[in-house]
Design a protein around this ligand. Structure first.
Ligand code: KG4
Ligand code: ZN
Length: 360
């Protein structure tokens, strides 16, 4: 039996969780999942303010860890190891989580496991669905838009990434320029449901290109141009702009995923294949529906973790930590946080990609 405490502070969620499993062949079990979302702390600024985030982690983390242990009906005595996000993300927040984890590890004599936040997202369906390697991963969040081949624990190949904004960031910036609240994704989706997706002919960036990368900043600029030309905007204008934006995004993603499926078939052959979608943008119903249809057409099974495990949480960190712990992959106490930490070290850094290094 292995029991892991996970800690996540890389962006604007202060989170702790406890997971366990009987043996490496058994399914994992979530014993607690505690998240304090700082959304209200950042809403006035239309985005995450790193300094505010770091301070909020300092204020909240101890209580969140205590709650995660209490909900799991455990104390530090029951824990086998502490897993903590040590990158990528906002350095101030990462420091708070990492120093707290080091303190617990030192005081309680527990092993420390350094987890890559992106790997946490990537491995979640192994906990929720017992998914076997390999599989394709579409990670779309406020800080990342990536297509990855997940070959095995610690073996990831990045097939595509954004060359400018992350998809969630594009939703957030579009919402902001239309005067909608933060976070922008849910607000844009709500407005889009009322609007006409055909009213504005917005660009489909990168569509038709061979490489599997994304670009979203031109799309956001096109929305700004339309909005400026129309100002002052009516409610119908806003709804139509959101619907047209969401349609453009969905279309672009579909084009990239079709190509990713084709590449997967070329490299991995026919037969059973799986697509995992993760990150906060995976909450979007239009995007989920498109992915479900595309998977059905291409003989892929779609795995979308429940929404609370799709967006940032500590269960995914505890789980990734557990998989590494079982293989004896531990960190030393001198480990430093990394604001950048690509899952695929062989993938070249693309200009602008993950430039905020902020969210994943
Ligand atoms: O994974 P996440 O919770 O946090 C990180 O970015 O790490 O993702 C948050 C992002 C935000 O940009 C938010 O606007 C976007 O996910 N998002 C959505 C929706 N819900 C959240 N984007 C589109 N449609 C949604 N329903
Ligand atoms: Zn994330």
């Amino acid at each position: 039996m292995t029991i892991i405490l996970g800690i996540e502070t890389s962006c604007d969620e202060t989170a702790a969780a406890v997971v366990r499993r009987e043996s490496p062949d058994a399914p994992g079990e979530i014993l607690s999942n505690t998240v304090y979302s700082q959304i209200s702390d950042h809403a006035a600024y239309g985005g995450v303010v790193p300094e505010i985030a770091a301070r909020a982690h300092v204020e909240g983390l101890d209580a969140i860890i205590a709650r995660a242990l209490a909900e799991a009906e455990m104390t530090f005595d029951n824990i086998d190891a502490v897993a903590v996000t040590s990158g990528p993300g906002l350095i101030g927040g990462l420091l708070v989580g990492l120093m707290t984890a080091k303190a617990i590890a030192t005081a309680r004599g527990l092993p420390l496991i350094a987890v890559n936040h992106l790997e946490g997202h990537a491995l979640t369906p192994r906990l929720t669905d017992g998914l076997e390697f390999p599989y394709l991963l579409l990670l779309v969040s406020g800080g990342h838009s990536q297509i990855l081949l997940v070959e095995g624990l610690g073996t990831y190949r990045r097939w595509g990434t954004t060359i400018d904004d992350a998809l969630g960031e594009a939703f957030d910036k579009t919402a902001k320029l239309l005067g909608l609240p933060y976070p922008g994704g849910p607000a844009v989706e709500r407005e889009a449901a009322k609007g006409n997706p055909k009213r504005f002919a917005l660009p489909r960036p990168m569509k038709g290109e061979e490489r599997l990368d994304f670009s979203f900043s031109g799309l956001k600029t096109a929305v700004r141009r339309e909005a400026t030309a129309l100002a002052p905007l009516t409610d119908a204008d806003i709804a139509d702009l959101c619907a047209s934006f969401q349609a453009a995004v969905t279309d672009t993603l579909a084009d990239r995923m079709r190509r990713a499926f084709a590449r997967y078939r070329e490299e991995m052959g026919d037969g059973a294949a799986d697509l995992v979608v993760a990150g906060g943008v995976a909450a979007n119903t239009a995007i989920r529906t498109m992915l479900a249809n595309l998977c059905a057409e291409n003989d892929f099974t779609l795995h979308a973790p429940p929404l609370n495990l799709c967006s940032d949480n500590a269960v995914m960190i505890a789980w990734a930590g557990l998989e590494h712990y079982e293989r004896g992959e531990l960190a030393t106490l001198d480990i430093a946080p990394r604001s950048r930490w690509p899952l695929d070290p062989a993938a070249e850094a693309l200009i602008g990609a993950g430039k905020r290094g902020a969210k994943a």
